[in-house]
Design a protein around this ligand. Structure first.
Ligand code: C5P
Length: 337
């Protein structure tokens, strides 16, 4: 009887201990899981739990928080836009003056830049990053793949809409949108702008720098320069830094090709001044030519000119795969990467 009693007494004690142990094990496993998640997804979690003003921007994902691919390239960056106090190293100048068509001495470069800043704003007006803002950008290349894409509203939805060269909207609104906040050009590709659009000059030679001051004043008439005068707001002009061009060529494109294309440099510029980048209008046609959305290609052997088109496209695809940019591939693909 005694033993039965003991057994009877023992039984509930044993059950109680077992459930205690189970509880401890469960708490231990739970803590282990939480620690594991914290360790493996530390970066992602920090996005949501960091105090608001410690995050660089207000987007879901800010560019400056993206991993290795960007930080490796960003660490070697050159100032993207020229300002009155910007000095060009002799290595940068040498690289720049070897772009086909370029010639002239460093001193004539300096004189021309000094003259530019007597007329243009002393530094470019770029909105700085802020924890309260999400600076979204659309970089719109001129690819034929924009035809029938219906990307217009999506492009117009971004804060900055960057177009380039002879890229146009009239007649193509449904596919390319209507807004242009920044228009990238060089003298041979120049177009008139309205009073609110920023003219972003990509200078490939000293003559291009001379052009901008003259095109706003006396006029500039030289061979191959179709536009001797430009209609645009000179207070909104920005000039790409030649050192940035070299940085894009050496760091982003591993020195492939002669020099980067306008579109690729515009893309890297966007990575430096935006928090979220949407890329449209990049990609050769089925014959490998950089044909445009507004015209029938005449030169079927155009390919990608002197630019490392394949390398550029590869980098763009990699950026998209790492979800650093959103890449919209146009009518040949129903999906963006
Ligand atoms: O032809 P254009 O130089 O005006 O085009 C602007 C930019 O758009 C190019 O520098 C290139 O980066 C990109 N582009 C492209 N695929 C095309 C046409 C242009 O990627 N078919």
């Amino acid at each position: 009887m005694k033993s039965t009693w003991s057994c009877w007494r023992l039984l509930p004690i044993h059950k109680h201990q077992t459930s205690n142990i189970n509880l401890k094990v469960m708490v231990f496993i739970f803590l282990l899981c939480v620690t594991g998640i914290g360790v493996f997804w530390r970066e992602d979690i920090s996005l949501y739990f960091l105090p608001h003003d410690e995050r660089p921007c207000a987007c879901d994902q800010c560019l400056s928080e993206d991993g290795l691919l960007l930080s490796q390239n960003f660490s070697k960056f050159a100032e993207p836009l020229l300002s009155v106090n910007c000095n060009l190293s002799s290595a940068d100048f040498n690289w720049w003056s070897h772009i086909p068509g370029g010639k002239g001495s460093y001193s004539s470069y300096k004189t021309t830049v000094d003259r530019i800043f007597q007329m243009l704003p002393a530094s470019a007006d770029v909105e700085p990053p802020s924890p309260d803002r999400c600076r979204t950008c659309a970089v719109v290349g001129n690819s034929v793949n924009l035809k029938d894409s219906h990307y217009g509203p999506l492009i117009d939805f971004q804060d900055i809409v960057m177009r380039m060269n002879r890229g146009r909207t009239k007649g193509y609104e449904a596919d390319v949108g209507t807004r242009t906040t920044h228009h990238v050009m060089y003298p041979e590709s120049a177009v008139d702008l309205d009073n609110t659009t920023r003219l972003v000059l990509f200078p490939f030679k000293i003559r291009d720098l001379e052009w901008i001051t003259k095109a706003f004043s006396t006029g500039f008439s030289r061979k191959l320069i179709l536009k001797s005068n430009i209609r645009a707001n000179k207070d909104l002009v920005m000039v790409l830094n030649p050192a940035f061009m070299r940085y894009v060529h050496h760091v982003w494109l591993r020195k492939k090709g002669s020099y980067p294309s306008t579109g690729f440099m515009a893309l890297v510029l966007a990575l430096h001044i935006c928090d979220e980048v949407h890329v449209f209008g990049f990609g050769a046609d089925s014959d490998g030519n950089w044909s445009h959305y507004w015209e029938e290609l005449k030169n079927k052997k155009l390919k990608t000119g002197q630019h490392p088109g394949g390398e550029e496209y590869g980098v763009l695809q990699k950026l998209a795969q790492h979800q650093i940019v959103k890449f919209y591939m146009g009518r040949d693909s129903s999906l963006s990467i």
